[in-house]
Structure formats: C-alpha cells, structure tokens
Design a protein around this ligand. Sequence first.
Ligand SMILES: Nc1ncnc2c1ncn2[C@@H]1O[C@H](COP(=O)(O)OP(=O)(O)OP(=O)(O)O)[C@@H](O)[C@H]1O
Ligand SMILES: [Mg+2]
Length: 363
Amino acid sequence: MQEALKPKAARTLDVEDLTVRYGSSVAVDGVTLAIEPGEVVALLGPSGCGKSTLLRVIAGFVRQAEGHVRVDGATIDHLPANQRNIGIVFQNYALFPHMTVAENVAYGLRARGARGPDVAAKVNRFLETVQLGGFRERLPRQLSGGQQQRVALARALAVEPSILLLDEPFAALDRNLRLDMQIEVKRLQRTLGLTTILVTHDQDEAMSVADRIAVMNKGKVEQFDTPVAIYDRPQTLFVNGFIGTTNLMTGKIVSVESGAASVALDAGATLRLPSQGLSAGTAVLLSVRPEQLVLSTIPGLAHWKIEPGLSLPLGSQLVHEARTADGVALKIVEPRLAAPAPAGRLYCGLSADARPSLFPHHA
Ligand SMILES: Nc1ncnc2c1ncn2[C@@H]1O[C@H](COP(=O)(O)OP(=O)(O)OP(=O)(O)O)[C@@H](O)[C@H]1O
Ligand SMILES: [Mg+2]
C-alpha cells in the first residue's frame, strides 16, 4: 500500500443543535447528528433545505448562530477552515480555473503551510490515487466533468483529512461514470477510514453508498436512520413521500385491539395493521409501496375494487396503473416474468410481506 493511503484512526463527528441564519431566515434549524467513526452519512433533501450550509459550517466556511461541531468529542467551532482536518468537495467542482491540476491539488496543502518537495510528492500520490497521474499540467477546462470531479476529490484527500465532506460530487456525471465514482469514493473512504458526509439529491445514491441517511426538510433533520429503516419505516409523511414511490390512501381506524388496528379504507376494504401508536377514530393516510400491492381476481374484506389502467414494462418489472372506487390513482409493481394474465384482476390488496405506514390525516 502507498504510504499516503494508510488508514488513520477514524473520528467521530457530532453536530449538536446547530442553527444557521442568513439575516432573518433560518437555513439550518437545530440539527443534531452523531456520526460514528468511519461512517458514511448521506444528507438527502430537496433544494434549499440546508444541506450545503450544514457542510459549510462543519468545514468552517460559515459560522453557526447556535450549536457546536465536535470531532472526537472536542469542539472545533473556534478553528478556522484551514486548521480543521477536514476535506471538502464543493458542489459544482469549484476547481480554480487558472491553476493546473497539480496546483489545484496542492492548494489545500499550501493553505496549511506545507512547502517544498513534500507537496509535490503528495500531489503525485493523490493524482495517482484518482487515476490522473498524467494530467498534472492540464487546466481544469481541458478536462472532462468526471476528471474535474476526480481532481476535486484528490484536492480534498491531499490534506489527509480525517473527515470528508462531499457536496453532490457526482451530480454532473452520467450514469456509468457516476457508478464508477461512487465505488471509487467508497473504496477510498474505507481504505482511509474517513468519516464521511455525502450530500445528494439522489435517493438511489444515498441508499447504495450510505450507512445511514439523514433526510432534511426546511433546515431540520426529519429522520436519521439506516437506508432500510428509512424506506420501510418512514417516521413522517415528508420522509415517506421523499424516499421511493408510494401510494397514499385515506381511511379511518375503526378499532384498536392489543396493538392491531382495523383500518377502514375509503377505497372500500378493511385491513388489519399494527396501530403504530394511533387510536380508534383517527383519520389516517395509509402509505404502501407499489411492490407491496398485489392485483387479484378475488374479492374479499381486505381487497378493494379497482379499475385497471395501463400496464407498462419497466426493465424486469411491470408497472400497473389502477384507480380505486374513491378515485385514487395507484401504482402496482410486479416482476414481469411472474405476472399472470391481467384478465379479471379487478381487486387490489396488500402483499403478504407488505409493511404499510399509517400517518394521522389532518384534512
Ligand atoms: N450566502 C447566503 N446568503 C443568504 N441565504 C443563503 C446563502 N446561502 C444559502 N442561503 C439560503 O439558505 C437556504 C439553504 O441553502 P443551502 O445552499 O444550504 O441548500 P441546499 O440544501 O444545499 O440546496 P441545493 O440542493 O439546491 O444545493 C436556502 O434557502 C438558501 O437560499
Ligand atoms: Mg447545496
């Protein structure tokens, strides 16, 4: 292994009750995240929800109004950016256009006071790491988007950080290159033992790269959990709607008995489900993923009638559209090869392994 690629002891990163204001508007609103050594956390959320701002505070470029950032338990709030041992890849590359690739990678080292042959050696090592050894003297505009992104990554790694912050690093890349870069970053992150935050709009990227996902909305973290837990057990309607595709149906809890609720759907069926802390009489929204619905020829208490719509092949799957009696458009997904002929499948129900979520419905 190359000298520069020796793993260091990974650090914890704690964000404590962090609030950032720009004038009278709140960009980050009381965010708390406890990140484990060597963990990859994805920050996922809509545009403007405060993801970049949160990273900039951790890196030391923006000052918080309230709260603390700790590395291994010690606050770093008083440290300027160049004294925090943190590598950052900014949104939209932000390479210095007038500097060569080598000068770009050396930038962080020089900002930290490094001089002499040591700098050149490190620059070379990290350019090799991102497979751009032959590109030292090029200017950023002479590189492809993916190559620029790798230079930005080499620049962040060159300061040998213990924490790596990546702000939508792959957004401009096409699908294949994106996958290559995701794998590359994951490999480097593991090798170097880097505690990492990855900002992304892309839920598939968050699901595949992250150990845990923090879903942000309007400056707040709505849920911080493993990808599977976020997908299967979203805690809020926002998280539920933001992650994956889902069907929402209205209904009412008619009774609850030892944790099991009877939910009368407005679509015309009664389902037995875990009550999820809700009591009888509550108006609810039931959320269920398209792959957790099944089409059926058989009527029954737990099946509701549908009017079938289009069926579209999507890769290895078939996506069916259907409309409930109360006018809700549903999406139902099933494996294409296993799909029976559609004839007579006029009912819809939950699959055996379905895990729908219930949310109170404030109409
Ligand atoms: N320098 C600034 N001055 C004033 N307001 C700002 C500044 N930077 C960001 N904001 C505002 O703070 C909020 C959060 O911005 P931020 O850049 O953190 O969002 P984001 O989640 O990274 O969005 P995107 O996904 O579009 O990159 C937005 O409402 C934005 O307009
Ligand atoms: Mg941003």
